[in-house]
Ligand binder design. Structure first.
Ligand SMILES: Nc1ncnc2c1ncn2[C@@H]1O[C@H](COP(=O)(O)OP(=O)(O)OP(=O)(O)O)[C@@H](O)[C@H]1O
Ligand SMILES: [Mg+2]
Length: 376
């Protein structure tokens, strides 16, 4: 959590946490209370749950701080009065969609209410230098529900994501006035609450199929942290009409572009084939360095030829089919070596800057074709 926030909570900071229903927003915040409650007084304002329900959860999570005060209230004026009177060190609002300003006629959760409640809470908290966490629901597309202006007025926007079917959760920072926005926090949801996953790469690679075509391990940077992720590609004959392309965890348009480059520049034909890309573990690969592993997993599936288990790849692909250099080479190589990989397929132009290692073989490639030769 500290890493995602860029070091920790800033006094007077306003932090918005969004996430799907039941993903664990309230759990995360209640656990924060246990950590911070040793030193400061915390106000947990809940408009969604009763005191008894919160107590049940707190017991399960082993949260028993004497400094934690629960306020089950939805009227913002009352909440602000309490804040001004008690001067807590941290305020948690769960959730902004349930909050209500009596002066406004619209219903709680409406655009006006959400905007005005956020502003009112912000004004009183900033004046007293009190940091505030605000939980917000997300809409169907996964964006924070309510007016966009809410994201502008807060200092920090966090998204809590994860696959419903796995117990792993990723906390991602979309906006941060006091730190980097590239950091992620990886947690596991257990019955005792969220615990930090110290070795996310190992977690993301667990259960990887061996010697199966259509999978390739990528080495990505998430902030300052290198992370290994498995990219899976599947190519199959189109039933009828237009070929279908689908990307989960990877940009759809980028996938279309890569398929075009593979056809035009490298002679791998996908035009009458459906192509699917899936990144394991609910991770999103937004970095250009993911191009090469995505291309390799597609080629691997096309040729039905497995990429060997001990290979990691990264590199950006240009429109001419060339492999372009990427940043943070040493960190990526280090992470791959730490997890026991033996060969790294990387941009040729990146080889210059790195020292040779005895534990991994660095294979510089200039074109997609060269990379394909390495895996065959
Ligand atoms: N006994 C339990 N053991 C393991 N996991 C549990 C247990 N009870 C709850 N959970 C997990 O906690 C999740 C609910 O967490 P939480 O209530 O913090 O979510 P939330 O994001 O605040 O949801 P909402 O949007 O409804 O407020 C459940 O989806 C489940 O994964
Ligand atoms: Mg909740």
């Amino acid at each position: 959590m500290d890493r995602v926030l860029g070091g920790g909570v800033v006094p007077g900071g306003l932090m918005l946490i969004g996430g799907d229903p039941g993903i664990g927003k309230s759990t995360l915040l209640l656990q924060i209370c246990q950590h911070l409650g040793n030193n400061i007084k915390i106000f947990y304002v809940s408009g969604e749950e009763s005191g008894r329900q919160l107590k049940l959860r707190a017991d399960r999570l082993n949260v028993h701080s004497d400094n934690l005060y629960i306020l089950c209230e939805t009227d913002v004026d009352t909440i602000i009065n309490h804040i001004q009177k008690e001067k807590p060190g941290l305020v948690i609002i769960d959730s902004i969609q349930t909050m209500n300003l009596a002066a406004l006629s619209s219903a709680p959760g409406s655009v006006t209410q959400v905007r005005e409640c956020t502003s009112a809470i912000m004004r009183s908290a900033k004046a007293a230098d009190i940091p505030v966490f605000i939980v917000s629901h997300v809409n169907k597309d996964g964006a924070i529900a309510g007016p966009k202006v809410m994201e502008h007025i807060v200092d920090c926007v966090l998204y809590f994501e994860g696959d419903r079917n796995t117990s792993y959760r990723i906390l991602r920072c979309m906006k941060n006035r006091y730190g980097s926005t590239n950091e992620i926090g990886v947690f596991e949801m257990r019955d005792k609450g969220l615990t930090e996953v110290e070795n996310p790469s190992m977690m993301l690679l667990s259960g990887r199929p061996h010697n199966v075509s259509g999978t390739c391990v990528a080495c990505m940077m998430e902030g300052t942290r290198p992370l290994l992720a498995e990219v899976q590609g599947l190519v199959s004959p189109t039933g009828f009409g237009n070929p279908r392309r689908m990307a989960t965890g990877f940009d759809y348009n980028r996938l279309s572009m890569l398929l075009a480059v593979l056809e035009k520049r490298s002679g791998f034909f996908f035009s009458n084939l459906d192509a699917y890309i899936n990144v394991i573990g609910g991770l999103r690969l937004d970095e250009p360095a993911a191009d090469l592993p995505v291309a390799l997993s597609l080629i691997s599936s096309l040729k039905d030829q497995a990429v060997k288990d001990d290979i990691v790849a990264f590199g950006e692909i240009g429109l001419a089919g060339e492999i372009r250099s990427v940043t943070n080479i040493e960190a990526r190589i280090g992470e791959a070596a730490r997890l026991g990989f033996k060969k790294i397929i990387m941009p040729y132009h990146n080889l210059k800057g790195v020292s040779n290692r005895s534990d991994v073989e660095l294979i510089g490639v200039k074109m997609i074709k060269d990379a394909y030769e390495v895996i065959t």
